[in-house]
Design a binder for this molecule. Structure first.
Ligand SMILES: CC(C)(COP(=O)(O)OP(=O)(O)OC[C@H]1O[C@@H](n2cnc3c(N)ncnc32)[C@H](O)[C@@H]1OP(=O)(O)O)[C@@H](O)C(=O)NCCC(=O)NCCS
Length: 169
């Protein structure tokens, strides 16, 4: 049986290893370690089967310029290649969004595949006149789930992931 739960300190090496494999030695594994060390508040979830970490998702604080409310940015997420396309990634996203909504988080942004994230309630960020901090991000790849639309500036603005992501982009 696969359990979704919050990451514990004993999972950190396994999460690093999973991200190395899932991202084919990309910068994500180190990015996760950096974000954990630098963020006061984050949500890190793991999918565990028979004691092994087979999936991971991270949410770290995200901001919108000229807006005091702080939301979350989803990234990265990973599932062990041999376990992909079995719904584990979907469970991690749904668990995370539900947890954050209940915790009073006003919005969650994601930069990702336009075919994947809308099924979880993500909409185009441009609908709220929000743009990514990075040049050249396609409009349909930058998405948001809004739990409290009252906090967003009516004129929109630039929505930002943590600066640590700049090095990984
Ligand atoms: C993205 C990822 C986490 C999805 O996890 P998963 O457990 O395989 O996802 P689910 O089983 O819940 O959903 C599978 C569905 O997601 C969609 N999907 C998954 N990866 C996708 C991708 N790279 N591009 C487009 N759609 C994708 C497909 O529509 C698939 O549906 P199908 O089963 O009908 O083909 C996993 O593929 C992964 O670890 N990829 C490598 C790391 C990565 O690219 N992470 C995302 C960027 S942070």
């Amino acid at each position: 049986m696969i359990e979704i739960r919050q990451e514990e300190s004993k999972d950190r090496d396994a999460v690093h290893h999973l991200n190395v494999i899932a991202f084919d030695n990309g910068p994500e594994a180190v990015l996760v370690d950096k974000l954990r060390a630098s963020c006061k508040e984050y949500l890190s979830l793991v999918a565990v089967e028979d004691g092994s970490v087979i999936g991971h998702i991270l949410f770290t604080p995200a901001t919108v310029d000229e807006c005091s409310a702080v939301g979350m940015g989803l990234a990265p997420m990973s599932v062990l290649p041999s376990q992909q396309r079995k719904g584990i990634g979907s469970r991690l996203v749904r668990y995370g969004l539900e947890f954050l909504r209940n915790a009073g988080c006003p919005f969650v942004i994601v930069l990702g595949h336009p075919e994947y994230y809308p099924r979880f309630g993500f909409e185009l960020a441009s609908k709220y006149q929000l743009r990514s901090q990075w040049e050249g991000v396609p409009d349909d790849a930058f998405m948001i789930v809004v739990f409290d639309s009252g906090v967003l500036p009516k004129t929109g603005g630039i929505a930002r992931y943590r600066d640590e992501f700049d090095d990984a982009m």
